[in-house]
Design a protein around this ligand. Structure first.
Ligand SMILES: [Cu+2]
Length: 244
């Protein structure tokens, strides 16, 4: 009965579901942009991570020759912190940034998520793969974005999801294997990075300005600092987490 709307009324659903943008498209002038880089350091004793007990699922355990260590806090050989999500928190002019066409992959392999921390833009596609001979269940435990939960058959076809809101960070878990855990950072702009084996980051093609840079780590929490990027210049900022 509710479908009996007069012709011409509500005939433009696009206009109502996508309110007119009040901010311009985000774009960078390459002639004035620069890079912000730095390192995420870890002071103090390197924590040792426990081995993951996969004995409850031999199909998972069989895929590893040696036990897999938890990735809750990973300190690199050079004393830096891996898996830290770094981004511009404040200072960008209001803009709507278009996400890249390429998807970001999250793979389930050996009953571990790879990568452990995923950086993705609002509206960009997350491509979820199951390389394992077992069932998984991917659970996005987001608070700002709608949470969802999808089951994945062994070597299932790829699944695709997008996140409509900025949210940094939230866990991705598996309802079948309680040790499986990754973290997703959804950014409204392209100026973010996740630290790897050398604990460094570079935010490229940033417009000149003064910015608040934020680091978010799943266990060690958040830190922020200010940096000023000159026209066509470079700026650097380090952050230090510690055991005390
Ligand atoms: Cu699983």
């Amino acid at each position: 009965m509710v479908a009996l709307l007069p012709a011409g009324c509500g005939s433009a659903p696009e206009a109502t579901t996508h309110p007119k943008a009040t901010v311009p498209e985000g774009q960078v002038d390459p002639s004035s942009a620069g890079n912000i880089s730095g390192r995420i350091l870890f002071a103090g004793d390197k924590p040792s991570m426990p081995s993951i007990d996969m004995s409850s699922n031999p199909s998972c355990e069989r895929q590893h020759r040696t036990p897999v260590k938890a990735e809750t806090v990973v300190v690199n050989a050079n004393g830096t912190l891996r898996n830290a999500f770094v981004r511009i928190k404040d200072g960008l002019a209001p803009a709507h940034w278009t996400p890249p066409e390429e998807s970001v992959q999250l793979t389930q392999s050996g009953c571990i998520y790879e990568p452990h921390v995923v950086g993705i833009m609002v509206g960009q596609t997350l491509e979820i793969l199951n390389d394992d001979p077992v069932n998984h269940n991917v659970h996005a435990e987001s608070q700002i974005n709608p949470a969802w939960n999808i089951s994945e058959a062994p070597r299932d076809e790829h699944k695709f999801r997008k996140f409509p809101r900025e949210e940094i960070l939230f866990p991705m878990t598996c309802s079948v294997h309680p040790w499986m855990r990754s973290y997703i950072g959804v950014s409204s702009h392209p100026f973010f990075a996740v630290t790897g084996e050398d604990g460094s980051f570079t935010l490229r093609g940033v417009p000149p300005g003064t910015y608040t840079i934020e680091v978010v780590h799943e266990k060690l929490g958040r830190k922020e600092g200010k940096v000023t990027l000159p026209v066509s210049g470079v700026a650097s900022i380090d952050f230090t987490y510690g055991s005390q």
